[in-house]
Design a binder for this molecule. Structure first.
Ligand SMILES: Nc1ncnc2c1ncn2[C@@H]1O[C@H](COP(=O)(O)OP(=O)(O)O)[C@@H](O)[C@H]1O
Ligand SMILES: [Mg+2]
Length: 315
């Protein structure tokens, strides 16, 4: 083992619905990390928590490649904090806030960002007479249903009628006991990466155009190669580009994030709606944030170097 190398723990797998996405990303991240600079050991938090704790004194930094609950939500971040292991990206608080789409929207709105109108629904609410009419007072079909603490579009649907609203909610409740019902926004979908600790830089925009067979950027459209057309840098005028980048940075700050993030938005005419912020965005060379970073001048390996550098800056 090279003594001068940084000893990295690559955390991937885990217990969330995005386990497979995580493991696939970890292959790419492992390959791309410069082996002259890093000694990398892999751990799967689903089985290896005790091992991580036992090895803590021999780990200089962790790279967390976990999406969704038990990884992107602050839990693993807290575990690493206790072990005094620095890691890339956001800490406990920011990770936990960003995982919750409802809390995130409240903070976006408080910070002057535009968000789609929404309501929150639990199974208990649905037991009340006329529950659907009260939702439809402020929202109109089509509506988007999202489990409040999920990613990768799992459990999501777009509904056009009361019947679909009811069945869609039942489906979404399998993923979370609280579901967001959000106004559907038609427009062009973009995502905005942000990198930095004290000085934040916004990356070029990526436009996301799911293939015709997809009604939105669902799980398959996200991970099936070729299913979605991704354009970077996205073709928007300077004013829209600057506004979206400003929104990305404002969202990052509003949610108390660190290191990097990627905020999903919809551009609708002159308006931009912020959907959500990912604190551990997908990490293959062709994923959205790495694409944008490459356009910005950071190839995949350089991006990983930068994230580790920012991780160590914290301490
Ligand atoms: N209000 C909305 N209007 C139109 N499309 C939406 C809306 N909310 C989400 N979508 C679509 O669903 C996808 C996933 O939603 P998002 O909020 O980013 O959750 P996640 O990516 O965590 O599953 C988006 O990328 C977009 O294609
Ligand atoms: Mg998203």
């Amino acid at each position: 083992m090279g003594k001068d190398k940084l000893r990295l723990a690559l955390l991937a797998g885990g217990k969330s619905g995005e386990r497979e996405v995580s493991l696939k990303g970890a292959e790419e991240v492992y390959k791309a990390f410069d082996k002259n600079r890093y000694d990398i050991k892999r751990y799967d938090p689903a089985t290896d928590l005790e091992k991580i704790a036992a090895d803590a004194s021999k780990i200089d930094a962790a790279f967390i490649l976990l999406h969704g609950l038990f990884g992107e939500d602050g839990t693993v971040q807290g575990f690493l904090d206790l072990l005094d292991i620095p890691y890339q990206g956001s800490g406990v608080l920011g990770s936990a806030i960003a995982m919750d789409k409802n809390l995130s929207k409240i903070l976006y709105r408080n910070n002057g960002l535009n968000v789609a109108a929404w309501a929150m629904v639990t199974p208990k609410d649905m037991a009340k007479q006329g529950w659907d009419n009260s939702i439809l007072q402020d929202l109109q079909f089509p509506l988007v249903l999202k489990p409040v603490r999920q990613g990768s579009s799992l459990g999501m649907s777009i509904v056009q009628s009361k019947e679909e609203l009811s069945t869609g909610l039942q489906e979404a409740f399998k993923y979370d006991r609280t579901v967001m019902v959000e106004q559907f926004i038609s427009g062009r979908e973009i995502t905005v990466g942000v990198i930095g600790n004290d000085e934040l830089g916004a990356l070029p925009l990526v436009e996301i155009i799911p293939g015709d067979k997809y009604s939105f950027f669902d799980y398959e459209a996200k991970y099936q190669p070729g299913a979605t057309n991704e354009i970077c840098p996205a073709d928007f005028d300077t004013k829209t580009t600057k506004k979206a980048q400003h929104y990305g940075i404002t969202a990052h700050k509003a949610l108390q994030l660190r290191g990097y993030s990627r905020t999903d938005m919809i551009v609708s005419g002159d308006d931009i709606y912020v959907l959500e912020t990912n604190t551990i965005p997908g990490m293959t060379p062709t994923s959205l944030l790495p694409q944008a970073a490459a356009e910005y001048g950071l190839d995949f390996s350089a991006l990983l170097d930068r994230l580790i550098e920012l991780a160590l800056e914290k301490n």
